[in-house]
Ligand binder design. Structure first.
Ligand SMILES: [Zn+2]
Ligand SMILES: [Zn+2]
Length: 339
């Protein structure tokens, strides 16, 4: 079968690899669609510290089950499924306390040490599989994973109906956060991005309060925002984002900033204004809820997926991603992602 292989940082090819065989507790998923994400590009560039090479990347995918191991119970051949790529050990201190996304031996399909979804087929443990609702396309199913990270962020923020939000970054993750905020009953959602075409896209999603900096949106929230979500992964942005937080407000660090870089905050301000700074890491009990809100229409999925490419064009997909073109770019390793 055809698959994308990242041999080592900087060395990527699309090549033939052996078809996967299911272990007893695994199913084989024929991939319908797999989204390209900043993490994949970090893996290609050698900037994701946990990755063990070579690896078939791809952690945002959905498809059809074509084989199951003998110990698989819930999932049947022919099921249409999405995959929660997180594989925690189940035995460490954090796993035993229900905090599997903080696992001390965290593995992740297509990210750390298991083959991912940029391939015709992939073997995954049954416990990672969620059945798609009737009528949900694989293209939409491949959006569940990024949305499940956003739902995890909501679980961390615990926002209240009517609160205001400011999202830094109008890329796919920023706009998923913005749509989720609106769905959760936001009183106001503002979006900041330095790329004018991304702001134009935010407006297409119905977000009217947009700007290139806080100054351009501040008059809509002169006391600041209840919830500020950093979705650029730029440490400097994570630092200045504190200026937008209202008294008693919260700053959620959602973007993946380079490890080791430091943001500098005014400790007195955090004390004096009762500000909360939160992190949100990947997915925890949020994949199922993400399916449900996606199915309920929380996200304009058609507007989110701007490119669908065959697997042979993976290098072009990465170039498109780096250029900032479009929003979510997906690979359909077996042809059309629509079904
Ligand atoms: Zn991702
Ligand atoms: Zn663990």
């Amino acid at each position: 079968m055809r698959a994308v292989i990242v041999e080592k940082p900087g060395v990527v090819r699309v090549d033939d690899v052996p078809e996967p065989e299911p272990a007893a507790d695994e199913a084989i998923v024929r991939v319908g669609a797999c989204g390209l994400c900043g993490t994949d590009v970090h893996i290609i560039d050698g900037e994701f510290p946990l990755t063990r090479y070579p690896i078939i990347p791809g952690h945002e995918f959905a498809g059809e089950v074509v084989a199951v191991g003998e110990a698989v119970i819930e999932i049947k051949v022919g099921d249409r499924v999405g995959v929660d790529p997180t594989i925690n050990c189940g035995a460490c201190y954090f796993c035993q306390r229900g905090q599997g996304n903080l696992c001390e031996r965290l593995n992740s399909i297509g990210v750390v040490a298991r083959p991912g979804g940029f391939a015709e087929c992939v073997a995954v443990p049954e416990r990672t599989l969620y059945k798609l609702p009737d009528g949900m396309s694989f293209a939409d199913g491949a959006l569940i994973e990024p949305l499940s990270c956003v739902v995890r962020g909501v679980h961390r923020l615990q926002p209240q109906v009517g609160e205001s939000y400011l999202i830094y970054g109008a890329g796919p993750i920023g706009l998923l956060n913005a749509q989720m905020a609106r769905y959760n009953g936001a009183g106001l959602v503002a979006v900041i991005d330095i790329n004018p075409s991304r702001l134009a896209r935010a407006r297409q999603f119905g977000f009217e309060v947009v700007g290139a900096s806080l100054d351009e949106v501040r008059e809509r929230a002169p006391r600041g925002f209840d919830n500020v979500i950093e979705a650029t992964g730029v440490t400097k942005v994570a630092e200045i984002a504190i200026d937008a937080v209202k008294r008693r407000g919260k700053l959620l660090l959602f973007g993946v900033c380079p490890p080791g870089e430091k943001a500098c905050y005014d400790a007195f301000k955090i004390y004096n204004e009762e500000i909360t700074i939160l992190g949100s890491m990947a997915v925890l009990n949020s994949y199922g809820p993400a399916i449900d809100v996606l199915n309920a229409g929380a996200v304009d999925t058609e507007a989110m997926v701007t490119h669908t490419l065959p697997i042979e064009e993976f290098p072009r997909a990465v170039e498109l991603f780096r250029s900032g073109a479009g929003l979510k770019i997906q690979i359909a390793p077996n042809g059309s992602a629509a079904s």
